[in-house]
Design a binder for this molecule. Sequence first.
Ligand code: GBH
Length: 433
Amino acid sequence: MFLWGTATASYQIEGAVAEDGRGVSIWDTFTREPGRVRDGDTGDVACDHYHRWPEDLALMSDLGVNSYRFSIAWPRIQPDGRGEANPAGLDFYDRLTDALCEKGIAAAATLFHWDLPQALEDEGGWLNRDTSYRFAEYAAVVADRLADRIPMWITLNEPFIHMVYGYALGSHAPGRTLVLDALPAAHHQLLGHGLAVRELRARGAGKVLITNNCTPVWPASADPADLAAADAYDTLHNRLFNDPVLLGKYPDLSAYGVSLDCVRNGDLDLIGAPLDGLGVNYYNPTRIAAPTDEGLPFSDAGVTGYPVTAFGWPVVPDGLRELLTGLKARYGDALPPVYITENGCSQPDDAGPGETVDDQARIAYLDGHITAVEQAAAEGVDVRGYYVWSLLDNFEWAEGYSQRFGLVHVDFATGTRTPKASYHWLGQRIARG
Ligand code: GBH
């Protein structure tokens, strides 16, 4: 059965950051530092999903999705990132899971969508190899409680973005600016993934995946310098995360003046353990040119000539077909079934009070990308699910509440949810199959 779903993430929707024993996450810290997030927004209340989740489940049930991708907040389970589980934290996800089962919506739980316990960041976060072991321990605690009822597990969300924005450029928590020295954060996340897979398997968890954000890389021209730069970008963005999990080895990075000397014997055996699927988040392609400064082996030339979302991201539905057929061409039989675990766009909230947001640009975006998935399937790619980012307007990281990705409008002053035109459109699209 093809999975139609909506996706969310804990810090972006839950709020209730100080309730029921939840510990502090790096995003609690980051959002309190002046100048980090637009308008000083925080996830303290967000969509208040922690209290309003029954309403959100009813919205999904009415929409007609058969799966829901959400993430579990590590600091709710282990407030300091280690040791004894906090029962109230586990209880929250237990209730949510039971309610999903009752509604016949298959849970797809992401274990890490960027809200690391601050106590672990204080010891180096993902730059510290110990965090990988802590992550596996956390995965085991969650699986002990929920593996019998959650059919799909996603270890990490977009380790590339977490490394680049969190550790290389500093625009996300924990706000470090290490540039290429951030690379250990890639390996330690992937090692954490591999160690967690072992714990999940030992507890009979159903399907186990990782979600990577992938982008087709377009060279800016046929100039050899642009081609080489595009290859470098493809290696660092896509292959650095897909090769180790699908092929059990890292791509050769020696040409880029970086090395992964934190890799130890046996790590890649863990990281390369077979998966039941690859989660792919797709937003847009990337156009790359030769480097313009000394720091990086490429520069971003920008995709032009397409419509853009409110965020300014180019809208290229065929890029998703290109990405999927490209993955099949590159990995062949080593590519497991693919699930599009995120796809969607931001659009301004242009409705007056009480009006339905008539988000025609979002409808066109979703329609085009769903068609691209169908085309990739017709070209031989085994795609088994499509999750819209996102169910609700939510806390959009460094952009705060200024970028709205929801199928459902959220009034952040009152918490009121109102389905947008795209919600109604998607319901009909799902019903059509
Ligand atoms: C996802 O990250 C996250 O998983 C999710 O939490 C988040 O809310 C959602 O996307 C929306 O942001 O080529 O300059 O136009 C997505 C990571 C990074 C993908 C920036 C698109 C486009 C930049 N994104 N990228 S550009």
